[in-house]
Design a binder for this molecule. Structure first.
Ligand code: ADP
Ligand code: MG
Length: 238
């Protein structure tokens, strides 16, 4: 049971209120996409879930456990960023296993998990290479692998495809969806791209200026947008 519960979260930076009363219940295994224009608070919400930022007020639960005041390392979640920041001097295998090693996991178990994730992601033939010998798409898969090997309760993905070219983005999008079908790990995926939201999400959360405009499955969002902003953003006839 690893749903995510966000209760009345607010976040201010000085006078700037970035999140205004954000509440959302995500069920175990759901793939939820946060979408909205640049600056609307998507990354801030993910950082609060990951423990990289503190909420000004409100509560966050993961798998029923109140994690609001827990350090990032004590939350059983893995974050994937757009700038995937692999260690240049380590091989793909070591990049993927690095976090597990830091936690003192036995080498044989690390190897098992790395090999399994590399198979799933189609990078098994690259395990001995260094990041500079990889394409952008391969690097992003290694970054995903680094999250998968942790076998976390949830994935948080912040615009993971935005550094890829258009063709690769479509391809990798399909791979992430297939991965979710296979692992069924609760996922929050942030994007400013409505097409990604419409094609990948179980439910879409549309944000604007730190507020949720609508929460719905893609079909409902398209057919019954809550307001003109949602209709315009989703490209629905309204
Ligand atoms: P998004 O990911 O939707 O583009 P962000 O969550 O990154 O938006 O940012 C939301 C707002 O908060 C923006 O106006 C941004 O400038 C502001 N912001 C983000 N981080 C900080 C910070 N550390 N200090 C001050 N303002 C910030
Ligand atoms: Mg962002």
């Amino acid at each position: 049971m690893a749903g995510i519960s966000i209760e009345r979260v607010t976040k201010s930076y000085g006078p700037l209120q970035v999140l205004k009363d954000f509440s959302l219940e995500i069920t175990d295994g759901e793939f939820v996409v946060f979408v909205g224009p640049s600056g609307c608070g998507k990354s801030t919400m993910l950082k609060i879930l990951a423990g990289l930022e503190d909420a000004t007020s409100g509560t966050v639960r993961i798998g029923g456990r109140d994690v609001t005041d827990l350090a990032p390392g004590d939350r059983d979640i893995a974050m994937v960023f757009q700038n995937y920041a692999l260690y240049p001097h380590l091989t793909v295998a070591r990049n993927m296993g690095f976090g597990l090693k830091m936690r003192g996991m036995p080498a044989a178990e690390i190897e098992r998990r790395v090999n399994e994730a590399a198979q799933i992601l189609g990078v098994a033939h690259l395990l001995d290479r260094k990041p500079k010998a990889l394409s952008g798409g391969q690097r992003q898969r290694v970054a995903l692998g680094r999250a998968i090997v942790r076998e976390p309760q949830a994935f948080l993905m912040d615009e993971p495809l935005s550094n890829l070219d258009a063709k690769l983005r479509v391809h990798t999008r399909a791979e992430i969806s297939a991965l979710h079908q296979r692992l069924k790990t609760t996922t929050i995926y942030v994007t400013h791209d409505q097409t990604e939201a419409m094609t990948m999400a179980d439910r879409i959360v549309i944000m604007r200026d730190g507020e949720i405009q609508q929460i719905a499955d893609p079909d409902t969002m398209f057919r019954k947008p809550a307001n003109l902003f949602v209709a315009g953003f989703i490209g629905s006839p309204g």
